[in-house]
Write a protein that binds this ligand. Sequence first.
Ligand SMILES: [Zn+2]
Length: 421
Amino acid sequence: MTLLRSVLTIAILLACPRAICKSQVALAQSGTNAKATSSTVVDFVDTSFENASPLWYEFDSEGTLQLYLVYDHERSSPNRAAGHFHFKINGKPNAKVQLELNHLNNVWNGTAASVAQEMKSAVISEDGRAWTSVATNVSKDNRVTMQLMLPQSGELFVARVEPYRISDLDRLLVSIKNHALVKVDVIGKTHEGRPLEIVQIGKENAPHRVFLRARAHPWEAGGNWILEGLIARLLQDDPVANRCLEKYSVTVLPMANKDGVARGRTRFNMLGKDLNRNWDKPADPLLAPENGALEKWLESMIEQSRAPHLAIELHNDGNGKLHISRPPIPKLGQHVERMRVLESLLRRYTWFTEGSTDGAFRNSGTLGDGWLERYGIDSAVHEFNCHWIAGISERPLGKHWKHYGEQLVFVFEDYFDNVKP
Ligand SMILES: [Zn+2]
């Protein structure tokens, strides 16, 4: 030991408490081999951008980045939901980051249940545009962790499913609005004043009409990717598209819960209403203006004898089933039979293999249940598994859902060839 080093060591021993001195000695001994943890390589978790999820974070004693999602709450109910995550890690280039997601115990129908088992995959991107899927680690006791490598830029976006933002919808609407077969109408506004667009594709006098709605629940971006694919295929101006548009038109409400999408929320609108509930009675225009506007549009279509013959409500969950609900209506058998036809056509033309809900299933108040019960429209909720597509053995990305949407043109064609509403 040199004289200088000896003097310094004695000075440290005299100046600091025992514990700190011990750690300083250990650090000095390990030198540059000191273990890098997330706490030493992460500078900031950025949630400043569109659709980013509200969260807070800290580093635990192991140096792991612990992320705490923020619940949104249902009105007049103990129910709450978190599960949307979309954030950007800023840190050292090429550094490894260990993170854990917390606050996954959603309360549904008054009972807390973890959504962890639905979080077996996530998506990452360096620029927020080109995404790849990655597997997460989900333990039996519902802890969700990830090990990620930051790119050379030191910036990495992380999300639950490939994001689809209001700006993505705006880009789509700009690209199609002047097409001769497209009509875009604003039917109302969200609670925060965002316009609610309805997009009609096809001919006014087409003999059959399909309606689809996406994004009642803001984290579930899959429905928007499906609509992108469906709309693009219908506007392809080739023999298939032209043949389909002779048989049916398609109308979509692409983003029902725009406020929630903008703010990175999980399930409810900004006033705590679930937009896929309460369809068993007239919508409350004050608490659920998004549903009030859609209901008004639907009733005006019914008055004009232009009601949809088939309505599909698009969602993501951890199962991916077609939800066939069974309200007490006179022609329930006919409805169930038609939904069986739909299910068989989904299996034939798309990668759908997840199946449908069983004979006792009813989910009262969903759009699928309510439109059938109140208006006699054949309607269903279609879930899409957010972490695994069994039919192609892939973790889902936007491109898989887009392809599904493209194939729906054949499903609807065959459906109306077989079902005469
Ligand atoms: Zn949903």
